[in-house]
Design a binder for this molecule. Structure first.
Ligand code: PLP
Length: 433
């Protein structure tokens, strides 16, 4: 392929020669890292195929079920595939689980009983879980049901506070929740190996405690998943990594048989459990999405690393930095000005396959103390495995961005963000010379 032709394609989309050249220079330097990511995708692709073969996925699995959904072969087989793929005894993978928060709430509420205590040894959990737990008072929270909560923050340097974790585990501690991804915090994301160390430590103190991992944004980033290092239950969303961009809804819980069973009885009803829950017409997209997920995740990872290196070179603080190893697909870039943040989001939006012609505007969102700007031109509403970015309009004007169903789209999005910053003279690209 003639490089000139590719460059012309970018030009027709609005990327100037200067921006394109800058991107090419950075991409050249990332060859080795991209190769490592491709190798990870290859490894994980085989893992998924093997899980599908082992469980005899057939064309019959794609037929629709309705009503009660008794004997839904597609649904039941898919749950076996998830169990094999992520090394659990059983799985619950359902369109009736509406999002990641719902999956996490379900896992918690079904495995905790009044009088039990929940412990987070890795600091504050994801925002939406504050209401699930009752850290912020909310109707139907765990707190309302008499389930208490304890938290041990990470130490200044990001390491586990083993001493205080040991003190926090008591006779009431029933479940420990460990969030793999940093989400929208500045702490480092936890590698699967570190999660394993933490779980070993906790199980030594109290062997029968349930260790749950919030696996959102982490699936297929590494060769191992948390159940392989001692977790009892992993939980995630299908409109993030595991759905491969194709699942239009859904969440999963994989792990110990008893944990999954509890969750199933809570999702449907005591006595019914996994037996009901028609998969309607979405089941094929769950299979195909999982099948594609390792490659989709690799594209998102390349995009994150590309952006980190571009903006780091231009002098903006980035988390993770350009050379750090990756344990999730989220990238934060501190743009230092409102204009920079807005321009960045405009670029991501302008590069989208859907709604590229709309301009994202900052707006006052409930629950935030400043305006927020969001860019997303997604096939699935709110899907964050698709290229998306958002940030609060207040200092230090950090944007969080993630996703990209294909590496090429992620690349265009990042170049377009740079283009918008360049046009407004908010960046100086001389630094490469
Ligand atoms: C996205 C996310 C959630 C919540 O998922 P939703 O689908 O947005 O409800 C929870 N935890 C982490 C770490 C996440 O990234």
């Amino acid at each position: 392929m003639n490089q000139k032709l590719i460059e012309e394609q970018y030009e027709t989309l609005g990327i100037s020669k200067e921006v394109y050249a800058f991107g090419e220079k950075i991409e050249q330097e990332l060859k080795e890292r991209f190769e490592a990511i491709d190798a990870m995708a290859e490894f994980n692709q085989m893992k998924v195929i093997r899980a599908m073969q082992e469980n005899k996925v057939s064309a019959e699995c794609f037929s629709q079920s309705n009503g009660y959904g008794y004997n839904d072969l597609g649904r039941d087989t898919l749950e076996k595939v998830y169990a094999s793929c992520f090394h659990g005894e059983d799985a619950l993978v359902r369109p009736q689980i509406t999002c990641g928060t719902h999956a996490l709430a379900l896992a918690l509420m079904s495995n905790l009983r009044p009088g039990d205590e929940l412990l987070s040894p890795v600091g504050k959990p994801y925002d939406t879980l504050e209401e699930v737990i009752g850290i912020r008072p909310s109707k139907g929270s765990l707190a309302e049901y008499g389930i208490s909560y304890r938290q041990v923050d990470l130490l200044e340097d990001g390491s586990f506070d083993y001493e205080n974790i040991k003190k926090a585990v008591n006779e009431k501690t029933k479940l420990v929740t460990i969030q793999r991804s940093k989400g929208y915090q500045t702490r480092p994301t936890l590698s699967v190996a570190r999660i394993g160390e933490l779980i070993s430590f906790i199980k030594e103190i109290k062997p029968d405690v349930i260790c749950m991992v919030d696996n959102c944004y982490g699936e297929f980033v590494e060769e191992k998943e948390p159940l392989e290092v001692g977790a009892d239950m992993i939980v995630g969303s299908l409109i993030k990594n595991a759905g491969g961009g194709l699942a239009p809804i859904g969440g999963y819980i994989v792990g110990k048989k008893e944990c999954v069973e509890n969750a199933a009885y809570r999702l449907t009803s005591p006595g019914l459990g996994k037996e009901v829950g028609a998969s309607l017409n979405v089941i094929q997209s769950f299979y195909q999405g999982l099948f594609q997920a390792p490659v989709v995740v690799s594209g998102a990872l390349k995009g994150a690393i590309f952006a980190a290196n571009i903006y780091e070179r231009l002098g903006f603080p980035v988390i993770p930095n350009g050379t750090e190893s990756r344990h999730d697909i989220i990238q934060a870039v501190t743009l230092n000005s409102a204009e920079g943040l807005i321009a960045f989001c405009e670029g991501i939006q302008a590069a989208a396959p859907v709604d590229s012609y709309v301009k994202p505007e900052p707006w006052a969102m409930p629950g935030y103390d400043s305006e927020v700007i969001m860019a997303a031109g997604a096939f699935v509403q709110g899907s964050s495995i698709e290229l998306s970015a958002d940030g609060p309009l207040k200092p230090p004007y950090a944007v969080y961005f993630q996703g990209g169903i294909t590496w090429y789209h992620a690349k265009l999005g990042i170049l377009m963000s740079l283009q918008k910053l360049y046009e407004q003279k908010l960046v100086n690209m001389d630094c490469l010379c």
